[in-house]
Design a protein around this ligand. Structure first.
Ligand SMILES: CC(C)NC(=O)[C@H](Cc1c[nH]c2ccccc12)NC(=O)[C@H](CCCC/N=C(/NCCC(=O)O)S[C@H]1O[C@H](COP(=O)(O)OP(=O)(O)OC[C@H]2O[C@@H](n3cnc4c(N)ncnc43)[C@H](O)[C@@H]2O)[C@@H](O)[C@H]1O)NC(=O)OCc1ccccc1
Length: 232
């Protein structure tokens, strides 16, 4: 990648599939087990907060039983190499709320849809590292209010750090998408934004996605094989 200086990488649930984390739309995936409207919307939280808090407690607890895979580790290695190259920028943005990029060795990961290991207080808006349960309604560690919610972006809510993401996409030489179905916006629109700003675009995915037509190149296969091969 000699002529690439500005690189943006977007990841989705597919990069964590080989670690044993359910994807969303696969057979038996998360959205088959739970109605999105009930567990991943502000309205669902208002209607039945216990159901939502238990849903995220279950996913948070499951994190302890999984490990990063070769794809996570390869991106961490790329991050280290890229940091040594003068005038080169790498933005690693993920839709995933798991912590496998960081446990795979990556330091600078932008979680545009939030993180399971973080609590958001609806009273003081503080964010607190969180690894335990939230269903037993603990108080906010900052203001003491009983108003904690999972620090994740639900449908209808604005994703995090969109200005940073769009600024990087606008100046990118290469946009790479890994393990995402291209079904959820605004993330699903990034490839089009990048292409319109003149970036080359590459997709690494198990199968064709809803956005495949927008990529210059699509390599199909498991991320655990495709990503280390691409990074090499
Ligand atoms: C369903 C969809 C049509 N709806 C939306 O997109 C909505 C509404 C909307 C907005 N704009 C639109 C435009 C058109 C239509 C609709 C909309 N979007 C929103 O509400 C967003 C907020 C969306 C975020 C919701 N929260 C999530 N997650 C956090 C919670 C939680 O995790 O519980 S979304 C969640 O689902 C998405 C799942 O997608 P994937 O990660 O791709 O997973 P999926 O299972 O679908 O696919 C896996 C892929 O991996 C591949 N794979 C599997 N195994 C492997 C393997 N081993 N190797 C490689 N690949 C593999 C498979 O082949 C597959 O392709 C991810 O984004 C994930 O974060 N907010 C917003 O728009 O705010 C206003 C706004 C306006 C302007 C600008 C900014 C904002």
């Amino acid at each position: 990648m000699p002529d690439i200086r500005k690189l943006v990488i977007l990841t989705g649930a597919g990069i964590s599939a080989e670690s044993g984390i359910d994807t969303f739309r696969a057979e038996g995936g998360l959205w088959e087990q739970h109605r999105v409207e009930d567990v991943a919307t502000p309205e669902g939280f208002a209607r039945d907060p216990d159901l939502v808090l238990r849903f995220y407690d279950m996913r948070r607890a499951a994190l302890a039983g999984v490990q990063p895979n070769a794809a996570h580790r390869a991106l961490a290695q790329l991050e280290r190499e890229w940091a040594k190259r003068d005038g080169c920028d790498l933005l690693l943005v993920t839709q995933n709320v798991d912590d496998l990029h960081e446990r795979g060795g990556a330091n600078d990961v932008l979680h545009m849809h939030g993180q399971l290991n973080s609590a958001l207080c609806n009273a003081c808006e503080a964010r607190s590292p969180w690894t335990g349960s939230m269903a037993d309604r603990p108080p906010c560690p900052v203001c003491g209010a009983y108003a904690l919610r999972p620090d994740v972006v639900w449908f209808g809510e604005m994703p995090y750090d969109m200005d940073t993401i769009y600024a990087s996409i606008r100046s990118a030489d290469l946009f790479v998408s890994i393990g995402t179905s291209g079904a959820v916006y605004p993330a699903a629109g990034f490839v089009r934004d990048a292409a319109e700003c003149g970036a080359a675009t590459l997709e690494l995915n198990l199968e064709q996605s809803e956005g495949s037509a927008w990529f210059d190149e699509s390599r199909l296969g498991p991320a655990g094989e495709l990503v280390p091969a691409w990074v090499e």
